[in-house]
Design a protein around this ligand. Structure first.
Ligand SMILES: NC(=O)c1ccc[n+]([C@@H]2O[C@H](COP(=O)([O-])OP(=O)(O)OC[C@H]3O[C@@H](n4cnc5c(N)ncnc54)[C@H](O)[C@@H]3O)[C@@H](O)[C@H]2O)c1
Length: 456
């Protein structure tokens, strides 16, 4: 099949490479000339494990190319995937300007299709509110007499393992109105569904539904996952108060097959490019329909508190008195991890950015390290903090080390070497990478999430 993938970001690039990997002919489109220039030179503008290799393989074979002009591929395309951003508007709703701009571009380009061409399947892959497929349809229909159908196909990939998620999906949700649209979508996904089923017969499931249900499925899925995170974070707080250990509690509840073990890891609050904005968009939509989502509102509120948890632990440790100006003046912290989670360079709504803001306001100096996200943070906040190319170098002369992102390599850093660089053996671990009793035995004062603080 011939596919246009419009928007070459985290989702669009993975989708473009993933469809090429299934034997389809793909043209990736973006309005960002610098991005397209980079891609044409074989350089990925984002970090996603395994993406570079796929981009290189299929650009070399000719199955994948990139352009600034979607008219290049519109005449022969079977499907056009809309993968542009849907950021949060000021009022909390999803900002659809980019999606609707693409709909306009498609509407204008439809004239390049033959009058007797098969209907173009326009696919909303961006996360969009209920009713967007209908809006995209109306936008295109206003300008063309060529046939097309708008389908909702929400994306469930996770940054950091996006290639695997896309090539071996646990499920594919398709909101469409006709068998023709479903048949095109099925052909696009057949190989991936088979590959996923071969790995695990429970996976690779296909769900056809109406477009509004597909649109809502995506938001409801993110809301449920966020709810689990906020729930376990609250239980973790209670663990600290009552002397329980969240590592035991989460295994105890997660082994109940009705609950399951996923998304029960406590941490410093969720961030990223999806949950924060998607939750706000869902809350806004529900309010507009006179049906406020109370559990979701509480989830968001709990997360707002949780994003302060590391700063609060730091303040507590150094006995910062409320109202004292710059109580952390003269203190320096090594901050390990800037990305909103491991295996990505994405810093959208990253907890580390809030922590930097809080600690800087309290007068602290920060030397940060991340394996992939430092260029993005430098571009955003510049020299507000210092940067180190190595986690050990970040610790040089620091009062303590703070872990904000769960990069597995931090677990392997030699703690004795870390201690030798620090002024004191103090760690604030927002990702529970170590066990408290081990740290205590090594002489550390170790703060973590949902376990009692130990003093070495
Ligand atoms: N990132 C994720 O993990 C993830 C997962 C599932 C769903 N989603 C959803 O997918 C969508 C895309 O997310 P993302 O993280 O890939 O965004 P992104 O910001 O990384 O990429 C969006 C791309 O679209 C391009 N673009 C904007 N307007 C355009 C236009 N008119 N024509 C062509 N290109 C245009 C931008 O230049 C950018 O490269 C969002 O709705 C998001 O909520 C994201």
């Amino acid at each position: 099949m011939r596919v246009l993938v419009i928007g070459s970001g985290y989702v669009g690039l993975v989708a473009a490479a993933g469809f090429a990997d299934s034997g389809h002919h793909v043209i990736g489109v973006d309005v960002d000339a610098a991005k397209i220039e980079k891609l044409r030179k074989g350089i990925s503008p984002i970090y996603e494990p395994g993406l570079d290799e796929l981009l290189h393989k299929y650009q070399t074979s000719g199955a994948l190319s990139f352009t600034l002009d979607l008219r290049e591929g519109i005449a022969e395309a079977d499907a056009a995937f809309i993968c542009v951003g849907t950021p949060q508007s000021e009022d909390g709703s999803a900002d659809l300007q980019y999606v609707l701009a693409v709909a306009e571009d498609l509407a204008n380009a439809m004239a390049f299709r033959a009058k007797d061409a098969k209907p173009l399947i326009v696919v909303d892959k961006s996360t969009v509110p209920v009713g967007t497929a209908a809006r995209v349809h109306a936008t295109i229909a206003a300008k063309t007499d060529r046939t097309f159908e708008v389908v909702s196909n929400p994306e469930f990939l996770r940054e950091g393992c996006a290639i695997d998620d896309f090539l071996f999906p646990d499920r594919v949700v398709v909101g469409c109105r006709t068998d023709f649209a479903e048949s095109v979508m099925k052909e696009l996904y057949t190989k991936k569904l088979a590959a996923a089923q071969a790995r695990n017969p429970e996976n690779g499931r296909w769900f056809r539904m109406d477009p509004p249900s597909a649109e809502l499925t995506k938001y409801a899925a993110n809301a449920m996952l966020a709810l689990r995170i906020s729930f376990i974070n609250e239980i973790a707080r209670l663990c600290e108060e009552v002397g329980a250990d969240i590592d035991f509690v989460k295994v105890g509840i997660g082994s109940d097959h009705r609950i399951g073990k996923h998304f029960l890891n406590p941490g410093p609050g969720f961030g990223g490019s999806c949950f924060p904005k998607d939750l706000q968009a869902l809350l806004k939509a529900a309010r507009e329909h006179g049906h406020p989502l109370m559990t979701l509102a509480t989830t968001v509120e709990a997360n707002r508190h949780q994003k302060q948890v590391l700063a609060l632990k730091v303040r507590g440790h150094y006995a910062c008195k409320p109202g004292t100006p710059a109580p952390l003046a003269g203190k320096r912290f090594a901050l390990w991890g800037l990305a909103f989670k491991a295996h990505t360079d994405d810093i959208r709504e990253a907890m580390a950015l809030e922590l930097i803001e809080s600690l800087s306001t309290l007068g602290a100096e920060i030397v940060a390290h991340d394996f992939e996200a430092m260029p993005n943070v430098k571009a955003k906040i510049g020299d507000k903090i210092r940067y180190a190319d190595d986690p050990l170098v970040a610790c040089e002369g620091a009062d303590a080390v703070i872990i904000a992102t769960e990069w597995p390599a931090y677990q392997k850093v030699n703690l004795e070497a870390v201690a030798a660089k620090l002024k004191a053996k103090v760690m604030f671990d927002g990702r529970n990478l170590f066990r408290p009793e081990t740290m205590q035995a090594k002489g550390w004062t170790y703060h973590s999430i949902g376990r009692t603080t130990v003093v070495g």
